[in-house]
Design a protein around this ligand. Sequence first.
Ligand SMILES: [Zn+2]
Length: 327
Amino acid sequence: MTLFSAISLTSYLPTRLHPAGLKLTLSQQKKPKIGSQSLLKPRFGQLKTTLTILIATSISLLCEPVGALQVQVKPENPRLGDTLSVVIETNTVGIEPTVSMEQKTYPSFAVGPNRYRALLPTTPLDQPRSLQLRVSGDGEVKNISVALQNRSFATQRIWLSESASQPATELELSRVREFKKLITPQKFWNGKFVKPSSGRVSTVFGVRRYYNGVFANNYYHRGVDYAAGTGSPVVAPAAGRVALVGRVSEGFRVHGNTVGMDHGQGVTSIFLHLNTIEVKPGDFVQAGQRIGTVGSTGASTGPHLHWGLYVHGVSVDPVPWRFQGLN
Ligand SMILES: [Zn+2]
C-alpha cells in the first residue's frame, strides 16, 4: 500500500503535484547557485519534494481511521449448497450491520461484543461465480468478492404416470411458506447438529431429477432422507422452538405429517412424512429430544424421514452443519 503510493506519487512528480511541492521545486530553480553544489541543488530540491510528499502521504495514511468494519467470510472456498458465514466486527455497539448479496439483504445478529454474524444461503441451482457481498454498518460499506465453486450433484430418473403425482394443497404450501420466513433474533442452536434419525442416509442433499426424461431445472432434493422403520424415533438435530405442526388430516397431502422447528436467526428445520408427532406449536426442544416417529405419510414411497434445513427460507446442505458446525 505505502510502496504503491510512493511509486505512483514519484512518477507523477513532474506534472501532477501537491501545490506546495511544486512551489518548492520552482523556488529551488529560481535561484541557481554558483559552485560545485549548484548542479546538485535542483536535484536535491526535487528529492526533498519527493520526501516531503512521501512523509505527508505516510502521515495521512497513518491518520486515516482503520476501517471500522472487519469482515471474515467462511468457508474460504464455498461450494454450491454451502451456507456462507459472514462475521463482522465493528466499532459501534448496538447497530447490527447488514449484508447484501445480489439484490437480497440479510440481517446479522450479535455473536459477541462488537461482533455480528450473517448467514447467507447458496443452492445447487446457483451458477458458480464470483458473489459480490456488500457489508454495511458503522456508516461504512465494504465490498467483498467470494468465489462460489462448482459442485456436481447426483441425478435421479423418475418415471411418473399422470395420476401418480397429486399437487400440494394451498393450505400446506402457505403454512410451510410462512414458517420458512421466520427470523428470530435469538440463536437456539449450539455446536454441531446431530442426526435426526438413526436410519442410514438414503438420499443426500442436492440430488437433481429427470421427470419422465425431462430435466427438472428448478428441482433439487431440498434435504436429506433417512431410511428407517415406521415408528422409529425422530429427534431434534438442534435446539429450537416448534413453529409448525401440520397433519395429513388437515390438508398436508404432499408433506404428510410435518414438524417445523425454528433454530433462530433465520435457520429452520422441517421434518416430513412423520408417522406420529409428539410436540405441539410453541414447545421448546433440546438437541436430541424426541419430536415424533418416522412414517410414510404424504407423497412418500416408503418409510423415511425427510429433514430439510433452511437458511432465510432457502434449503441448504445440512452436511456442514452436521460435521463442522456453524456456531
Ligand atoms: Zn427427501
